[in-house]
Design a protein around this ligand. Sequence first.
Ligand SMILES: Cc1cc2nc3c(=O)[nH]c(=O)nc-3n(C[C@H](O)[C@H](O)[C@H](O)COP(=O)(O)OP(=O)(O)OC[C@H]3O[C@@H](n4cnc5c(N)ncnc54)[C@H](O)[C@@H]3O)c2cc1C
Length: 467
Amino acid sequence: MYDYDLLVLGSGPSGQKAAIAAAKLGRRVGIVDRRDMIGGVCINTGTVPSKTLREAVLYLSGMSQRDLYGSSYRVKEEITVGDLAARTQHVISRQTDVIRNQLARNRVTLITGTGRFADAHTIWVNGESGHESRVTFDKAIIAAGTRPARPDSVDFDDRTIVDSDGVINLEAVPRSMVVVGAGVIGMEYASMFAALGTKVTVVERRDRMLDFCDEEVVESLKYHLRDLSVTFRFGEEVAAVEKHPTAALCVLKSGKKIVADTVMYSAGRQGQTDDLALEAAGLQADRRGRITVDADYRTAVDNIYAVGDVIGFPALASTSMEQGRIAAQHACGEPVRALNELQPIGIYTIPEISFVGKTEDQLTDSATPFEVGIARYRELARGQIVGDSYGMLKLLVSPADGRLLGVHVFGTGATEIVHIGQTVMGCGGTVDYLIDAVFNYPTLAEAYKVAALDASNKIRNIVRIEG
Ligand SMILES: Cc1cc2nc3c(=O)[nH]c(=O)nc-3n(C[C@H](O)[C@H](O)[C@H](O)COP(=O)(O)OP(=O)(O)OC[C@H]3O[C@@H](n4cnc5c(N)ncnc54)[C@H](O)[C@@H]3O)c2cc1C
């Protein structure tokens, strides 16, 4: 008899949901993680701290109210790291408490320490005191997540040269910052610091950024960030970072030099599999520390599953949770439905971006006809009330049957209101539904009706001309 029916390695979103799903099915479940990492990267260093920091920045900088009260509007003139950290620490400790409580309520045993495989049914847990305990299990789910990738050539010191973990612990708000890498995490932090008044330079090897998003939306974001004094260096690479007593000097391969108080590297992430002794269980990870799984999240070893960021794309908390739940149900022999294909993407830049479904580029590449319907927030009463003159919602609509092919939102509440479009798409709804539906007034959700009318008028015009 094993100690546990299911053992989960890692208490991030995928591990938690896996553990709770199996416990709800009556299984004896254990979950292993380090004491200071309960809730995973998500709660401690990634999603939750970064989104809380963003909220604090938005509030204290008065950024979202400047359309209404003028560009000099601030809630607090001199924003300190202490102001920002207070809110972050508060949310992290509350969320950790919620997770501990959920695990306890569901009778999931929390095993504190770092796990490593002894064989395919046994792990060693290295506890805080250095004491090792042996734990056996029938099935296991690896939910070990990722950490920031650190190029060997860069001398990180967590003060001047930091990664996305270090940036939340800076001692002061930098006056200037170089962000290396214009991916989602890099751009989220670039926009937060720009809103705080930091002079940000973004260096990106490629010619574009966020190229999986709607191009018009990305152009709007760049316009906004340039307005906050962000400089973009596309098609450029950092050759060296020199540390000097008061600042760092970034030397680009093109020969350009940039002085900055802080350099933040956001150069991808690495699976946290080094500590797991995977080979003892008959498993291995790839060069980037990731584990390969099948459609049911099962690894090459039958009784061991892997979920969340450690299996790679899309590496989001949102999808990780679902992967964890599905893997646990499969491991418990329950019937499961596959992960819904319609997954929204939320990017918490300032302003925020969210979309679901296809982009214009994807539809064009696949020769799928579409019509565009647009609503601008400034034409909505709620847009005026909240002081958002730049936001927009774009619907991509099939002219053949009015189905929604994609929904793209930029501006206030984008990551929330995208779910209306997701629901309509998921239920096979068309623009007609949005045209006929009554929306609360004044809301940003009303943008759906305006955009639906815009698309359907354009479609009607084409039909009329074609006779
Ligand atoms: C700055 C930042 C911002 C982000 N923002 C968003 C966002 O807005 N929305 C979104 O959906 N996603 C966001 N993400 C991604 C999100 O955080 C991850 O997708 C999510 O945390 C992955 O969850 P996970 O379950 O794979 O585990 P993780 O949250 O990565 O946690 C893994 C856990 O496993 C533990 N572990 C590792 N090895 C062992 C071992 N040997 N023994 C025991 N425990 C171990 C670790 O200690 C850790 O606690 C962001 C990420 C970052 C870095």
